[in-house]
Structure formats: structure tokens, C-alpha cells
Design a protein around this ligand. Structure first.
Ligand code: AMP
Length: 299
């Protein structure tokens, strides 16, 4: 496995294309499933195996709060050891100047509707998706990605990236396959997240209500009642509810009869010690619940 930081090294490593796993580091079992999917996708390429590239870059332009950026966990050595064990070919760990060279304009471009309209992450994290689109376009260009893996855990982000890549492709941009990865959960149901490291014991216990709320909503057939159920469970656990909604799974607009739906939640968990004292967590599941859960429980 190689760890590269410069543009030239990355261009050489990805000259025949690659399968990219974009991350902000502090890797956990959720990232591991993305890497495993990337390896499977890389091995299935016509004409030979592509390298798997994991990018580790805490992207300042997608943080709408400086304190959140400051306290975001970072541990490059542990991340590289984790990647080596998982059979990653290249870790791309660029500095800010490599991703956003001071002498080069990196335009955001037009944001897709799903990044602006739903009133979810787009409203609670103003500027977040502009930062996501900017960095994803940039990482695709720097790595020469033929495919990129994104987690369903960040459901709105997945829809935004899909829509952005498709719009770019129609305008003559690269044809990048977006591969979705199911959410990996802890034994109690809490979706794995780098931010879980910022929870204290009490916060972690309260955060268990997030997956309970969404699972419970899956058994309720009315979207409005499902939303009330989620809000009730989250508030009873002492969580600050930003949204707890049932939406169309693709547009994240209002539910359309006959189209897949998703229950989505964002909460703040008050803890002692994290920057600002609140850890923001998000989660989602298909709604209504169908068959056995698709998510993996990390062993
Ligand atoms: P992050 O490092 O948090 O920016 O996440 C990098 C990628 O990992 C994103 O595509 C996330 O959606 C994905 N991811 C984060 N947590 C999980 C999880 N628990 N299960 C599956 N994918 C995840």
C-alpha cells in the first residue's frame, strides 16, 4: 500500500483509473464495508483490476461551523494501518493546498435540486452540499476515479452526489459509477460514525434512541404518524431534534405514492466535552420497513 499526498503521485497511481472511497478519516467498520465493496468493484473491471484508493481529507469547505471542523477526529497513522489491513492500494491524504490550489479556481457549479430543496441537511448545514460537491468533483478529477463508493448512512449526500455526477456526465464530464454501501451499525443499532468518538457514556446511551425511533416508524403506515412517533421517541430520550421525517427516497421531497420512501433523522446529542457540547448525528432507513434489515451489524 502506498500513501501519497501530492497531485503528481496521485495522478501516476490513478493513471488507468481507480475505485475511490472518499472519507474524512477516523475510519471505522462502516468505512471498511465501503472499502470491501470498492475491492469487489475494482476486481470486476473489464480488462483488469483497478487500484482501490481511499482518500482521507477533512474538507474544510463542507463544515458550516468552525468548532465542528476543529474537533473532528483525526488519526492518519491509525487510518493507514486500517487501510493496509483491508487491502487498500493507495491512501490519498492531500493537504488543503493540493485539493484547492491557491492559484486555481475550483468552482462549485450548479447544485442539484436535492441539495437545495428538501429542507434537511441543506437547511441545517448551510453551504454543506456546496462543499461536498466541490470536494467530490475535485477528488474524482485528482484520482481519475472510474467508480466511487458512498455510504447510505449519509442518504441525502448520496442522492446529491448521484445527481451531480449524472448532470456533469451529461455536460461531457467523466462517467463515474456511484456505488452505494449499506449502513453499518453497532450492536445496539447506533449507526457507526466518526462522530461517535465524541460521545460520552450518557450521550451514547441517549443516541441509542435514534435507531429505535426510525425502526419503530417503519411499522407505522402513515407518514405523519411515523414522523410524530420518531419525534416523540427522540425527545423523550433528551435529544435535540433537527428533523425526523418521512420523504421520497430519491428527491427527498414529499412522499409520492408508489415510490420508495425513507425515514430520516438528525439530532444533537448534548455531551460533556465536545466542541460546543453537542454532537450532531444523522441516520435513516427505508420506510416502511420491508423484510429483514439490509444493514450490517459490525462484529
Ligand atoms: P465520512 O468519513 O464520515 O465523510 O464518511 C465517508 C463515507 O463513509 C461516506 O460515504 C459515508 O456515508 C460512509 N459512512 C459513514 N458511516 C457509515 C456507516 N456507518 N455505514 C456505512 N457507510 C458509512
Amino acid at each position: 500500500m502506498r500513501v501519497v499526498t501530492s497531485r503528481a503521485e496521485m495522478a501516476a497511481a490513478g493513471r488507468h483509473g481507480c475505485v475511490l472511497v472518499p472519507t474524512m478519516g477516523a475510519l471505522h467498520a462502516g468505512h471498511a464495508t465501503l472499502i470491501e465493496l470498492a475491492r469487489a468493484r475494482a476486481g470486476a473491471c473489464v480488462g483488469g483490476t483497478l487500484p482501490v484508493v481511499v482518500s482521507i481529507f477533512v474538507n474544510p469547505s463542507q463544515f458550516n461551523e468552525a468548532t465542528d471542523f476543529d474537533v473532528y477526529p483525526r488519526d492518519l497513522d491509525a487510518d493507514c494501518a486500517w487501510c493496509a489491513r483491508l487491502g487498500v492500494d493507495v491512501v490519498f491524504a492531500p493537504g488543503v493546498d493540493v485539493v484547492y490550489p491557491p492559484d486555481e479556481d475550483v468552482p462549485v457549479g450548479e447544485l442539484p435540486a436535492v441539495a437545495k430543496g428538501p429542507g434537511l441537511e441543506d437547511s441545517f448545514r448551510p453551504g454543506h452540499f456546496a462543499g461536498v460537491c466541490r470536494v467530490v468533483r475535485r477528488l474524482i478529477a485528482l484520482t481519475g476515479a472510474a467508480a466511487a463508493v458512498f455510504g447510505e448512512k449519509d442518504w441525502q449526500q448520496l442522492q446529491v452526489v448521484r445527481a451531480m455526477v449524472e448532470a456533469d456526465r451529461k455536460r461531457g464530464g467523466p462517467d463515474v459509477e456511484i456505488v452505494p454501501a449499506a449502513t453499518v451499525r453497532e450492536a445496539g443499532g447506533l449507526a457507526m460514525s466518526s462522530r461517535n468518538r465524541l460521545l460520552d457514556a450518557a450521550g451514547r446511551r441517549r443516541a441509542g434512541a435514534i435507531s429505535r425511533a426510525i425502526r419503530g416508524a417503519g411499522a407505522i403506515r402513515s407518514p405523519a404518524q411515523a414522523e410524530r412517533h420518531m419525534a416523540g421517541v427522540l425527545e423523550a430520550a433528551g435529544l435535540e431534534v433537527e428533523y425526523a421525517v418521512v420523504r421520497d427516497a430519491e428527491t427527498l421531497g414529499e412522499v409520492r405514492p408508489g415510490f420508495p420512501c425513507r425515514a430520516l433523522v438528525a439530532v444533537g446529542v448534548a455531551v460533556a466535552g465536545a466542541g460546543g457540547g453537542v454532537v450532531r448525528l444523522i441516520d435513516n432507513r427505508p420506510w416502511p420497513a420491508v423484510g429483514p434489515a439490509m444493514e450490517t451489524i459490525a462484529g
